[in-house]
Design a protein around this ligand. Structure first.
Ligand code: GLN
Ligand code: ZN
Length: 766
C-alpha cells in the first residue's frame, strides 16, 4: 500500500472565511470565541477534505491565525521582550500585537503586499514565494521554553474527529536561520543548544498524544548554506532522534544538491524531497536512500495551479516503488498553502480553462488517484486519469494557448532588440536638450491616492451600475485633479496618477491575450491579506494599446512632460501563476514584446518619458546563487526588450522598491534605464553607497519621502537626505522623488509632503 500525505493545506478557507473573521475580530465586531470557532470549523473541514481524498494522515500544525512562524515564536517561548507582554495578555492578543504592531501606529501596504509597521515584527518573503512570514528576533539573551498548548490542542481536536494525525513543525535550524539578530556581532546559530531541549519537549508532548509521525520542515536544505549551519544539522538531529517520534524531514522549493548527502545521513525516519521543482534529483535520492528510511516524493505541484499529468506522476512513483516498495510516500511538492483552495468555487470560469487547473482540494484528489492506481491499477482511477490526459492534450493543441505569430516574432527577434540605438551618454545629452529640466528634477513614482470615491466608481462599474462612459469620465476627472495638483505643487515631471488601475499587474493582464482571471483563486500573502494572481495560460500578446488614451489625455492637460506608466515584464511574470509548459524565460520575453509595443505606441502618442516598473526583479532571484546569472540574463534582456523600441530622445525610467541591490548592481546597471527610482529614505540613503561605489552610470532618484508612513517629512529632513545622496552620486544625475507610489496615502499628507519635497529640491538648486 502507498502512503500519501500533504505538507500543509491552505488555512484561509475557500471563501476566505478566515480573512473575514480576522478582520471582524480586529474591528471589534466579533469576539475571540467566535473567531476561534471559525478557525476550528475550517480546520475540521480541511482535515475532512484530506481524509476524503484518501490521505493516510491529516496534517496538524499548518493552521495559524496570522503566520505559522509566529506560532513557533509562541510555541517556543521566544516572543521579543520589547513587546513587554505580561502574564495577563493572552496568547491570541500577543499573536496579533507581534504581527500588526501597536494599534496607534499606522501601517500601510503597497508593492505586492508588503506591510510596514515600526512596532510589529518585520515581515519578509517565505523563500521565493509570495507568502510573508514574521521574522523571529534573536539576541544573546533570547531564551526558549515550551510556551503554548495551541499545537497540542489542535492535535487533540483532530483526534477527537477520528483522524490519524501527522504534526508539522518548522525545524530548529530553519527557524533560527529565518530569524534575525538584533544585536551587533551576535550569531543566532549559537542559540541552537538552548533551543533543542524545547524541540525535545514538543516532540515528547506529541509522542504522549500518540502522534507517530512528525513532519519537521527544513527547507533551508534547498539553499546554499554556510558551512557552520550545515555542520549544525547532524548534532541537532542526533539529539532530536532521541525523542522516539518518527521524524519526516521535509525539504522543498529546490534540489538538495550539496546538502543531499547530509539530508540523507540525518537520523530521521523519513525524508521528503521536491520532485516538481527539482525532478532531476529524484533518481539520485532513490538510489542513495538508506535502507531504513522512508522517502516522501513531492510529485504534485504545490506552487502552481495546473492539473497534474497523472501518467508522468504515476511513472515516477512506479519507478520509486520498484526500488523502495512501501518505503515510498507521495505528497504535493510543498505545503498547498501557496495555491488557492478549491476549484469548485470557479463557477464563472470557462470549462476548458477550468479543466486545465487544480487547486488544493483537486491536488489532494490527484494524489488519491495516483495512490489508487498504484495499489489497484489505473482502471480503478480511470476517470481521474482520463481527465488528466484530456487536459494535457487540449493544452498541447489549443489555439488559445499557442499563437504561432507570437512564437514566430520571438524566434525572429534580432540579437540587438534589447539595445537602445545609442549609449547612455549620448541619450542623456539629447534628452537634456529636449526636456530642459532643472537640476534635481522632481517627480513621483506613478500613483496618487486611490480615494474611496475612485474605488467606489470602479466597483460600481464592475457591478454594471456605472456605464463605461461614466466610469471613464470619472477617472478623467481624477486624472485632471492629480495633474492640476502637481502643476500647483511645481513638480517637474508629472504622472497621471493611475486612478484607473486596480492593481499594477491585473490592469495589464486584463488587457493582454494569454491571461485569465479567476473568481476565487485567492492565496494568502500575509495575515488576512490575500492576492489573486492572474493566470498566464497561453502565448502573450497585446491586442490593443493599454494606457495610451489615458496618458494622452493627461498630457493634453499640461505642457510639462507627462511620464507614461507601465509595469515591466518581470514583475508581471513574478506576480502571476505562470504556465508550466514552456520555460518562464520564454513567457517573460513574450510579455516583454507586448510591453515594448505599448512603449512604442506611447512614444508615437507624444509621451517623451516612460517608466517601466520592475519592483519584483530582485524577488525573482533563484534560491541558489548558481542559478542567479541565468535568471538575471533573461530578466534583464526582457526588461531591455520592453524598453528599447524607442528613439534616443525618449527617456526610459524604471522603479524598484524594497530591493537590496548590493549583490545585483551590475545587473541593475545593465538594464540601462535612463533613470531609476528606488526606495532609500527608510535606510537613510544607505542603499546608495552601493550605487556610489559601483559608479552607477545612469540617472537615479533615491526616495526622500517614506510613503509607508503618514508622517510628512520636513524640508530639512529631505535636504539632509539629498545632500547625503549627493556625496555618493554625481549631483547632475540625481532626481528627487518619493520612495514609491502614493496610492495608499491620503491627499492631505501627500500634498504637504510633496510641497516640502519640491522646496527641498529648490534648496539644493540654490
Ligand atoms: N507605479 C506604481 C505606483 O506608483 C509602482 C508601484 C510599485 O512600485 N509597486 O503605485
Ligand atoms: Zn515601489
Amino acid at each position: 500500500m502507498t502512503t500519501i500525505h500533504t505538507l500543509g493545506f491552505p488555512r484561509i478557507g475557500k471563501h476566505r472565511e478566515l480573512k473575514f473573521a480576522l478582520e471582524k475580530f480586529w474591528h471589534g465586531e466579533i469576539d475571540a470565541a467566535t473567531l476561534e470557532k471559525t478557525a476550528s470549523d475550517l480546520r475540521a473541514l480541511h482535515w475532512q477534505i484530506q481524509r476524503d481524498a484518501g490521505l493516510d494522515f491529516v496534517t496538524v500544525g499548518d493552521f495559524a491565525f496570522y503566520d505559522q512562524t509566529l506560532n513557533h515564536i509562541q510555541l517556543l517561548g521566544c516572543e521579543p521582550a520589547r513587546f513587554g507582554f505580561d502574564a495577563n495578555t493572552n496568547e491570541l492578543d500577543r499573536h496579533f500585537t507581534m504581527a500588526r504592531g501597536i494599534a496607534s501606529e499606522a501601517t500601510t501596504t503597497c508593492c505586492g503586499g508588503h506591510a510596514h509597521g515600526s512596532a510589529a515584527l518585520e515581515m519578509t518573503k517565505w523563500f521565493d514565494t509570495n507568502y510573508h512570514y514574521l521574522v523571529p528576533e534573536f539576541t544573546a539573551s533570547t531564551n526558549f521554553s515550551l510556551s503554548s498548548d495551541r499545537l497540542f490542542n489542535q492535535v487533540q481536536e483532530a483526534q477527537a474527529l477520528g483522524h490519524t494525525v501527522k504534526a508539522a513543525l518548522i525545524g530548529p535550524l530553519t527557524f533560527l536561520y529565518l530569524g534575525k539578530e538584533k544585536i551587533e556581532g551576535f550569531n543566532r546559530l549559537s542559540l541552537l543548544d538552548k533551543l533543542l531541549p524545547v524541540y525535545a519537549d514538543v516532540l515528547a508532548r506529541l509522542k504522549a498524544l500518540n502522534v507517530e509521525w512528525v513532519q519537521i520542515d527544513e527547507p533551508i536544505l534547498a539553499l546554499d548554506l554556510p558551512a557552520e549551519w550545515k555542520a549544525a544539522f547532524t548534532p541537532a538531529y542526533n539529539k532530536l532522534s532521541a525523542s522516539g517520534t518518527k521524524l519526516m524531514l521535509a525539504t522543498y522549493f529546490g534540489a538538495l544538491l550539496d546538502n543531499q548527502e547530509l539530508a540523507l545521513s540525518l537520523p530521521t525516519a523519513g525524508l521528503h524531497i521536491d520532485g516538481v521543482r527539482a525532478p532531476e534529483q529524484v533518481a539520485g535520492v532513490i538510489n542513495a536512500l538508506p535502507a531504513d528510511k522512508i522517502l516522501s516524493l513531492g510529485l504534485i505541484d504545490g506552487r502552481n495551479i495546473w492539473r497534474a499529468n497523472l501518467d508522468t506522476v504515476l511513472a515516477t512513483a512506479n519507478e520509486a516503488r520498484a526500488k523502495l516498495a512501501d518505503r515510498v510516500w507521495l505528497a504535493p511538492s510543498c505545503s498547498l498553502q501557496h495555491v488557492p483552495v478549491d476549484l469548485s468555487t470557479e463557477t464563472k470560469m470557462d470549462a476548458e480553462l477550468r479543466s486545465w487547473l487544480a487547486y488544493a482540494v483537486q491536488k489532494l484528489n490527484e494524489l488519491g488517484a495516483v495512490k489508487t492506481a498504484l495499489d489497484h491499477g489505473v482502471a480503478a482511477a480511470q476517470a481521474a486519469f482520463d481527465e488528466s490526459r484530456a487536459a494535457a492534450s487540449s493544452r498541447a493543441s489549443s489555439p488559445r494557448v499557442h499563437n504561432p505569430a507570437v512564437k514566430q516574432r520571438l524566434a525572429d527577434l534580432p540579437a540587438d532588440a534589447d539595445q537602445r540605438a545609442s549609449e547612455f551618454k549620448t541619450r542623456q545629452s539629447i534628452q537634456r536638450n529636449r526636456f530642459n529640466l532643472p537640476a534635481f528634477p522632481t517627480t513621483t513614482i506613478g500613483s496618487f491616492p486611490q480615494t474611496k470615491e475612485i474605488r467606489a466608481a470602479r466597483a460600481a462599474f464592475k457591478r454594471g451600475e456605472l456605464s463605461a462612459d461614466d466610469y471613464v469620465a470619472a477617472m478623467k476627472r481624477e486624472i485632471a485633479h492629480a495633474v492640476q495638483k502637481q502643476v500647483d505643487l511645481g513638480i517637474d515631471v508629472l504622472v497621471h496618477g493611475e486612478a484607473e488601475r486596480n492593481d499594477m499587474v491585473e490592469y495589464f493582464g486584463e488587457q493582454l491575450d494569454g491571461f485569465a482571471f479567476s473568481q476565487n483563486g485567492w492565496v494568502q500573502s500575509y495575515g488576512s491579506r490575500c492576492v489573486k494572481p492572474p493566470i498566464i495560460f497561453g502565448d502573450v500578446s497585446r491586442p490593443h494599446p493599454m494606457t495610451v488614451e489615458w496618458a494622452q489625455y493627461a498630457q493634453s492637460l499640461t505642457s510639462l512632460p507627462m511620464k507614461g506608466m507601465l509595469t515591466g515584464p518581470v514583475t508581471i511574470l513574478q506576480w502571476s501563476f505562470v504556465r508550466n509548459d514552456q520555460p518562464r524565460s520564454e513567457t517573460c520575453l513574450q510579455i516583454a514584446l507586448a510591453i515594448r509595443d505599448e512603449v512604442v505606441d506611447l512614444e508615437k502618442a507624444g509621451i517623451g518619458i516612460i517608466q517601466i516598473d520592475e519592483p519584483a526583479i530582485r524577488e525573482g532571484l533563484p534560491l541558489r546563487r548558481g542559478d542567479w546569472d541565468a535568471y538575471l540574463d533573461w530578466a534583464g534582456r526582457a526588461f531591455r526588450i520592453s524598453a528599447s523600441g524607442v528613439e534616443d530622445q525618449t527617456q526610459i525610467h524604471t522603479h524598484m522598491c524594497y530591493s537590496e541591490f548590493n549583490d545585483i548592481l551590475p545587473a541593475i546597471a545593465a538594464l540601462d534605464a535612463d533613470a531609476i527610482t528606488i526606495e532609500t529614505s527608510r535606510s537613510d540613503m544607505e542603499l546608495l553607497t552601493a550605487f556610489g561605489n559601483f559608479n552607477y552610470p545612469n540617472e537615479i532618484g533615491p526616495g526622500v519621502y517614506d510613503i509607508h508612513s503618514p508622517n510628512v517629512p520636513t524640508v530639512d529632513e529631505m535636504v539632509r537626505l539629498l545632500k547625503k545622496a549627493a556625496e555618493v552620486i554625481p549631483a547632475e544625475n540625481l532626481w528627487v522623488n518619493p520612495d514609491c507610489g502614493l496610492k495608499t496615502r491620503g491627499w492631505t499628507e501627500t500634498e504637504a509632503a510633496l510641497a516640502n519635497m519640491v522646496a527641498a529640491a529648490k534648496v539644493l538648486r540654490g
